[in-house]
Design a protein around this ligand. Structure first.
Ligand SMILES: Cc1ncc(COP(=O)(O)O)c(C=O)c1O
Length: 387
């Protein structure tokens, strides 16, 4: 006999949503002891000095609730980091809120800005938290496909889908899963499109420190005319190799941040106090994050060199720590089945691309995370070359 015999009828707010593909593939990788190049996190640890700082601040008694917007020392460090990187003056009092990762920041931004039937333009393939966040607020996602191999934004198509109800455009640069990055021309096109409309921008810049081949990350914070209508998301987890700490932040002008904080305070109120103090101290030295692109570019280059002779086809990723590989020369199977088989039989886990689309089509593409130790990449590549 089961404990629960009766079920009260409920109406799912997300009837089409199941477990995310990231959890599914990581679980499958663990179950079959496969090399896990699926979910986006490193297999190396974060700085031991940063961990020591957390312990120090715990011992020093920083163990109670932090202020709603975040520990002031951390907000000040964020403001000077942003000023240094993007030549942008941000007021730590009014324009920055520390969040439980970028995911919470995205949900909070959408919840505070999107009302019933508001339309939100989403580019596909897209990171999987955008659509459910829109739907939970009774907004309407309007999808635009990015086409390979370069996955650039088709601005004419954006113009075509814009209506009086368009309230927000979500932009992710560098882009997960494709690794494409916005160019100066893209920023110009975007400005042109929104300048005469009341459209907000949500910029997801969690991979800001991972742009390769001497490219530059063009943060929206560099563009005053766009910044005034933008909520911008960042993740310490991605930058400092500690995704499990779930710490990030949102930057927005005061008039938007005021509304963001109203939702934030009832969603979580504030985030982990000692981690915030530790990150504030760690951020004092910019060398802790300025070399990240070089480190990941070396890993990208190593991975691509190792699989050069495989039957996978690819265009080197321009940003993020993901590389998309085309397996059409190896199999005609659907991507989810092929990814599962690769995990179970060959013991390398990846992420199929179809779950990043609203219409689950099949393009024979898999995403591999190369934020891994060199030896992990070598072991994975040996297997991939045999396929
Ligand atoms: C594009 C993008 N945005 C946001 C996130 C979530 O960041 P966080 O772990 O800080 O919530 C991720 C994580 O994979 C991501 O790829």
């Amino acid at each position: 006999m089961t404990m629960h015999q009766m079920q009260i009828p409920i109406f799912s707010k997300l009837p089409k949503t199941g477990t995310t593909i990231f959890a599914t593939m990581s679980q499958l990788a663990a179950q079959h002891q496969a090399i896990n190049l699926s979910q986006g996190y490193p297999d190396f640890d974060c700085s031991p000095a940063l961990i020591e700082l957390v312990y120090k601040y715990m011992k020093d008694g920083h163990n109670q609730y932090a202020p709603l917007a975040g520990v002031p020392a951390l907000r000040e460090q964020i403001a000077s980091k942003v000023n240094r990187a993007y030549d942008c003056a941000v007021n730590p009092e009014t324009d920055i809120t520390v969040t439980s990762g970028a995911t919470q920041a995205i949900y909070t931004a959408i919840t505070s800005m999107i009302r019933e039937n508001d339309e939100v333009i989403v580019f596909e393939p897209s990171y999987d938290s955008y659509t459910p966040s829109i739907l939970l607020n009774n907004g309407r996602p309007i999808y635009i496909r990015l086409e390979g191999p370069d996955f650039h934004i088709p601005w004419k198509a954006v113009k075509k889908v814009m209506t009086a109800r368009t309230r927000m455009i979500i932009i992710n640069t560098p882009h997960n899963p494709t690794g494409s990055v916005l160019s100066a021309e893209d920023m110009e096109e975007l400005h042109h499109i929104v300048k005469d409309n009341n459209i907000l921008l949500l910029f997801d810049e969690v991979y800001e420190h991972m742009v390769f081949d001497k490219g530059e990350h063009l943060s929206v914070l560099k563009y005053p005319a766009l910044r005034d209508r933008s909520l911008v998301m960042y993740s310490f987890g991605k930058t400092f190799h500690n995704t499990g700490w779930k710490l990030g932040y949102c930057i927005a002008p005061a008039y938007l941040m005021k509304e963001f904080r109203k939702v934030h305070q009832y969603l979580i109120y504030c985030v982990n106090t000692p981690l915030q103090y530790a990150l504030a101290a760690h951020l004092e030295d910019p060398s802790h994050y300025e070399g990240i692109a070089d480190m990941y570019q070396q890993k990208r280059d190593l991975f691509l060199e190792l699989i050069q002779k495989s039957r996978f086809k690819f265009v080197p990723t321009q940003g993020t720590y993901f590389q998309v590989l085309d397996y059409s020369a190896i199999s005609t199977e659907k991507d989810i089945e092929f990814a599962k088989e690769l995990t179970i039989k060959s013991k390398v886990a990846s992420i199929p691309l179809s779950p990043f689309y609203s219409k689950k089509d099949n393009q024979h593409l898999l995403r591999f995370c190369f934020a891994k130790k060199d030896e992990t990449l070598e072991r994975a590549a040996q297997i991939l070359c045999k396929l």
